[in-house]
Design a protein around this ligand. Structure first.
Ligand code: CTP
Length: 404
């Protein structure tokens, strides 16, 4: 299993009962393949431990200037320089005041003072309602906003101190969405989980031979990348390919159809499944442990085949974890639409992408595609263009499906 990061956040956790919510935020950011490095202030450490932050972020946690002395004298400079964004969650009244005044008396305030202008800082205050409404806090916030600091203003509600009013920290889900929006732009599929299968499967015959096909994985990879760019949390289950794995998603490499099925099962539940893989329909009934040798009479061996599981049909008819939208591909060489429609009905997916893979189209293994999207009631043709463009058009349809 390989994971990779799309962006890096420096998360400052300051004091307050809401500091525990930073743990959920780290989980959400990591699920979006965002690297999270944490600074825990002295006040923050009263409420959460460095160990919990470190366990969830899988990174060293920095807690004060002195922890940086080993061989990192200028680490406080590089900590902010290496981040795409700094997030303070929660931000205490005290930290806001020290930021406004330009204090540099602990690691968090020093890093903030050393942060270059182009790195965005997002602040989520949390405090008692009186503290929030106090003119000193309001003046500090105004000053910070004027300096370009972004704010996720606190919400109104019941507070830990048994008072009611404005001062409650915004939820981890809200701040996660704000961070993704700032980092990656419009994210209409944020919060959705997607599973994409891609590439061929190889079915071993003996230690040196296999049954396979010409699928390159390009169309599936392009769809996975597009879903990622629209904000979905993507798991890409890929058969053997020679193209580079995309970044910013969970990649599960597999070889056989059975392994692909197992990986799909492990990835559920998801909201969207796009099954682009060219799964081998059969495997040899008995795998030979030793290389099959030529016979003296030069007769080729007879291979007995047995059917592989149909992953698309399985996921479309899953009794409890069926994704809301299941999309299959139909690789055909004749009577394309007719066969694709029959597959849609037989496998019970929601949409099927009819794909003419006759050798003269140079689609299988190539850079371009031309497809027709079929549902039980509709059909839409996507003219010949790059597999990336086709992925974009399909993803727009997926976004429409999920738009109220
Ligand atoms: N598929 C699958 N598991 C299989 C075979 C196919 O999940 N064992 C999926 C593919 O990923 C694709 C769809 O089913 O989304 C159709 O695949 P295709 O190869 O076009 O059809 P088959 O079901 O294999 O039927 P045929 O070979 O007869 O065309």
């Amino acid at each position: 299993m390989v994971s990779n990061t799309r962006a890096s956040i420096l998360l400052i956790v300051s004091g307050g009962i809401a500091a525990y919510k930073a743990l959920s935020l780290i989980r959400l950011l990591r699920a979006n393949h965002i690297r999270v490095r944490c600074i825990l202030t002295k006040g923050g450490a009263e409420f959460v431990t460095p160990l919990s932050l470190q366990t969830l972020s899988e990174e060293t946690v920095y807690s004060d200037l002195f922890s940086l002395t080993q061989n990192h004298e200028i680490e406080h400079i590089s900590l902010s320089r290496q981040a795409d964004m700094i997030v303070i969650y929660p931000a205490s009244a005290n930290l806001l005041a020290r930021m406004a005044q330009g204090f540099a008396d602990d690691l968090a305030s020093t890093v903030l003072l050393a942060t270059p202008d182009h790195i965005r800082i997002l602040v989520a205050p949390a405090m008692n309602v009186k503290m929030w409404e106090h003119p000193a806090t309001q003046t500090n916030c105004e000053l910070l906003k004027k300096r370009g600091i972004l704010f996720a203003d606190p919400e109104t509600g019941a507070m830990a101190c048994h008072e009611y009013g404005k001062g409650r920290l915004v939820s981890p889900e809200t701040i996660n969405q704000m961070i993704c929006q700032k980092l990656f732009g419009h994210q209409p599929l944020n919060g959705k989980k997607a599973l994409v299968t891609a590439g061929p499967t190889y079915e071993p015959i003996d230690p040196v031979r296999f049954l396979g096909n010409f699928s390159s994985g390009r169309q599936g990879y392009a769809i996975a990348e597009c879903l990622r760019d629209y904000g979905a949390e993507v798991t890409l289950i890929t058969g053997p390919t020679t193209i580079p794995h995309p970044t910013g998603m969970k990649i599960v490499p597999v070889t056989t159809a059975q392994e692909m099925l197992n990986a799909c099962e492990a990835a559920l539940p998801v909201d969207i499944a796009v099954m682009t893989a060219a799964v081998a329909d059969w495997r040899v009934k008995t795998f030979s442990d030793q290389k099959i040798k030529k016979q003296n009479n030069h007769q080729p061996p007879t291979l007995e085949l047995t059917p592989n599981p149909d992953i698309l049909a399985w996921i479309s008819q899953h009794p409890t974890l069926r994704p809301e939208l299941v999309i299959g591909f139909a690789a055909e060489t004749q009577n394309i639409l007719e066969h694709a429609k029959a597959k849609l009905e037989r496998k019970k997916c929601d949409w099927i992408i009819a794909n003419n893979v006759s050798p003269n189209t140079k689609i299988m293994g190539g850079e371009e595609n031309e497809v027709t999207l079929l549902s039980s009631s509709d059909s839409q043709h996507f003219h010949r263009s790059s597999k990336k463009d086709i992925a974009g058009l399909l993803t727009q349809q997926i976004v429409k499906f999920f738009s109220p």
